[in-house]
Design a protein around this ligand. Structure first.
Ligand code: ATP
Ligand code: MG
Length: 350
């Protein structure tokens, strides 16, 4: 079912998570409807999936707010242990293998609904433009980066995100390949900061499902989840969020260096990413999903670009650095994806 298109509640969203004894309470004020969709989604899970998500114990709502209680889970957040090195590469791979096994066998088992003709456009192209305009006016630094016609990233000049998107919209051959073969249940925010993981047993708990697409539809392309996961392994989302990128910028130019403490984590993410792509190739082929790689490569940067302005709540030099790096990474990876899979010349300068 499609609901109203909304950019949600992303600006000024007030959400909090409190732990009291063995209970965790997740509360939302501006994001009330989104939280209630999350609850509805959790309650409608098929029996096989139930143990992999928090159990909703109680829901309370009032005017302008909603909250729900769940059991406290003592396992560490996978993003944190990947960044700080508590988790080895082997443990991270084995955890991700279990996560994907569950996702493919249970969560994505119902992917049978044909995708509407305009699915890619409505879900990702329109969202890109809405987010681009909603993100304007919050931070001068971010605005400057987004409005530059071309972007020099680490010495290489790329078209702006908007130009890349226009190029993508003109590439009808590529757009046809981006339409997913079918739709079904998906998590919606499938990244490591939403996974609690116990390395000793390999058990995990998946938090924070979106439960629906930007259009309010409960079904999407399973590749959206996997592209989200790859914003971590290839887009280095968790490392950037942890403040590991030291930014230097100028007019239409950005570069960054990684803090020295981030070196081992960069290696871990790189190994994990190489493994992930191999694993996805096996799993997607088993589903006879011929164009999986095209969708993965294009969706991942689109998700980074859509997420970047989210980081600006609240605006400060640290959150600005995070938003800038995520945006620039999105530009670079989108340009690379279009060069690889697009049928038109982009003109990226060496
Ligand atoms: N049941 C739980 N047990 C232990 N820790 C939890 C639990 N639920 C949430 N947390 C902790 O709180 C953090 C935030 O929770 P969650 O991801 O659900 O919300 P959020 O990311 O703030 O929400 P949103 O992305 O919708 O703004 C998690 O990363 C995790 O560390
Ligand atoms: Mg979360």
């Amino acid at each position: 079912m499609r609901g109203p298109v909304s950019e949600g509640d992303w600006r000024g969203v007030v959400r909090d998570v409190r732990v009291t004894g063995h209970r965790v309470t997740k509360r939302a004020t501006h994001g009330r409807d989104k939280l209630l969709r999350e609850v509805a989604w959790l309650k409608a899970l098929p029996p096989k999936a139930v143990g992999y998500f928090p159990r909703v114990l109680e829901v309370r709502t009032g005017e302008g707010w909603a909250e729900y209680d769940m059991d406290f889970c003592p396992w560490p957040d996978m993003s944190r242990v990947l960044v700080d090195g508590t988790l080895t590469v082997d443990e991270a791979i084995s955890g991700t293998r279990s996560l994907l096994g569950f996702a493919f066998d249970v969560l994505y088992a119902d992917h049978h609904r044909p995708a509407p003709e305009d699915f890619f456009h409505v879900s990702y192209v329109d969202k890109f433009w809405r987010r681009a305009s909603a993100g304007r006016g919050m931070s001068e630094r971010f605005d400057r980066l987004c409005s530059a016609e071309q972007l020099d990233i680490h010495g290489r000049v790329y078209p702006s995100a908007a130009s890349l998107m226009r190029e993508l919209q003109r590439d009808t051959v590529l757009l046809a390949r981006l339409r997913p073969p079918c739709l079904g249940r998906f998590h919606g925010d499938f990244k490591y900061d939403n996974v609690l993981f116990e390395p000793a047993t390999g058990r995990f708990l998946l938090l924070d499902p979106r439960g629906s697409t930007v259009t309010g539809d409960s079904d999407s392309d399973y590749m959206e989840d996997l592209a989200k996961l790859r914003t971590c392994t290839r887009g280095l989302y968790d490392l950037v969020r942890a403040g590991a990128a030291r930014v230097s910028e100028g007019e239409g130019r950005i570069s960054w260096e990684w803090a020295s403490w981030a070196g081992p984590a960069l290696q871990r993410f790189s190994a994990l990413d190489a493994w992930l792509v191999d694993e996805l190739s096996v799993k997607a082929r088993a589903r006879r999903d011929a164009d999986w790689r095209v969708r993965l490569d294009v969706l991942m940067p689109l998700l980074l670009l859509a997420n970047a302005p989210f980081q600006l709540a609240p605006v400060n030099p640290r959150t600005e650095d995070i938003a800038l790096v995520l945006h620039a990474t999105g530009v670079r990876l989108l340009a690379e994806a279009l060069e690889l899979h697009g049928t038109r010349d982009l003109g990226v300068s060496p």
